[in-house]
Ligand binder design. Structure first.
Ligand SMILES: *Cc1c(COP(=O)(O)O)cnc(C)c1O
Length: 378
């Protein structure tokens, strides 16, 4: 069944087509000058020293865990209410993800007040996820991390150019990880980036993203070096110039797209009936990239949530759930240490409404009318 209003719509036009053709004509299609240009542009936009493009955010998260020194048996505190990649990255290093609850029904980011009780002698890092492009409480998180000597990794997939106290998300902790997957604010199909202000982290990630080799083929083709050594067990997590070309076209559109999302958010906030509906982060006033628009039933359950989603689907409105929490997945369900009551509640009562720059005012009004109508039927 086709939806009339999708959850997300690619912001593509001739600019992306031209960018691809330009790279194809250049005959350098693997990691090269376009990746370098994207790295420089993105780093400048974030005001961060170093940026490396990678194959996707999952590899960025893996590299970040390796740079944080996560080894078998080490513990990393993570939210459960995230895409599973945040959690899996800990396991790639043999580490143990330790689930922490979120703050509240209206703040879906990790609860800093629940972090400390999860810290043990084995804890090495905290990986936070800025849900929906809204910042976690980084002051508190970094204060705890400093006190216990923990690394902070920011899964910033939802928040390119979002801000926390004037700083861009992803630039506050040890490293920030971004995704350029199709449905993200910056879409290239697959892709991602890791950013950091720490030169050692940058150097290690750069080495590990390409087999632990001391030089890359583009550098060799430029005659900068003729041979290489392999000094660490690395991976092939490289990005490529075809997709980097698309990424550069997308970066040019990002701020304009966010401005449109800001208007859509204002309309949602105004028109949705909030008697039985919570709009998380409704009072968040800092800049957010507004990757998604989550809502939470104020006093509901999974059945009611599924009912209103079906109702909206009948009306041609696509919705989603962000996220089935990691701790309920088969591979993690027996690993929960502390109860996660807020995560449990939100997992059953959250649904995500359409959010993309091209949504019209008419469409948002139509969505709001139907959500409000659907709420009455619960
Ligand atoms: C999309 C996403 C990822 C994974 O990104 P990929 O580029 O698909 O690997 C990780 N974490 C969060 C929060 C995401 O939204």
């Amino acid at each position: 069944m086709g939806y009339n209003i999708p959850l997300f719509n690619l912001n593509f036009d001739e600019a992306e087509e031209k960018a691809v053709v330009e790279v194809l004509k250049s005959k350098w299609i693997s990691s090269g000058p376009k990746c370098a240009e994207l790295e420089k542009t993105f780093a400048d936009m974030l005001g961060v020293k170093y940026c490396l493009t990678v194959s996707n955010c999952t590899s960025a998260l893996h590299l970040a865990m390796l740079c944080a020194g996560i080894e078998p048996g080490d513990e990393v505190i993570v939210p459960s209410l995230t895409f599973v990649a945040t959690v899996n990255a800990v396991r790639y290093c043999g580490g143990i993800p330790v689930f922490c609850d979120i703050t509240g029904k209206d703040n879906l980011c990790i609860n800093p007040n629940k972090i400390e009780e999860l810290i043990t002698a084995k804890t090495k890092a905290v990986a936070v996820m800025h849900y929906g492009g809204f910042a976690c409480d980084m002051d508190k998180i970094c204060e705890i991390a400093d006190r216990y000597n923990l690394k902070v990794i920011e899964d910033s997939c939802h928040g390119p150019t979002s801000e926390y106290k004037g700083k861009k998300l992803g630039t506050i902790g040890m490293a920030g990880c971004f995704s350029f997957f199709s449905n993200k604010n910056i879409s290239t199909g697959e892709g991602g980036a890791i950013v950091t202000n720490d030169e050692a982290v940058f150097n290690k990630a750069k080495l590990l993203k390409s087999h632990g080799m001391t030089t890359m083929s583009y550098e060799r083709s430029k005659g900068h070096s003729t041979s290489y050594d392999v000094v660490e067990l690395g991976y092939n997590y490289r990005f490529n110039d075809i997709l980097a070309g698309i990424g550069l076209a997308q970066l040019k559109k990002l701020e304009n797209d966010i401005e449109k999302r800001v208007k859509i958010r204002e309309l949602y906030n105004k028109k949705l009936d909030k008697r039985n509906l919570i709009i998380p982060f409704e009072n968040y006033t800092e800049k957010s990239s507004l990757y998604i628009f989550p809502v939470v039933l104020a006093d509901g359950d999974a059945q009611k949530r599924d009912k209103i989603r079906s109702y909206l689907a009948e009306k041609g409105i696509q919705t989603s759930i962000h996220y089935p929490p990691a701790h309920r997945f088969d591979i993690y369900k027996n690993t929960v240490r502390n109860p996660l009551p807020v995560t449990e509640y939100v997992a059953d009562n959250e649904f995500t409404l359409p959010m993309f720059g091209a949504l019209t005012e008419e469409e948002v009004n139509y969505i709001c009318e139907n959500v409000n109508e659907g709420l009455k039927l619960l």
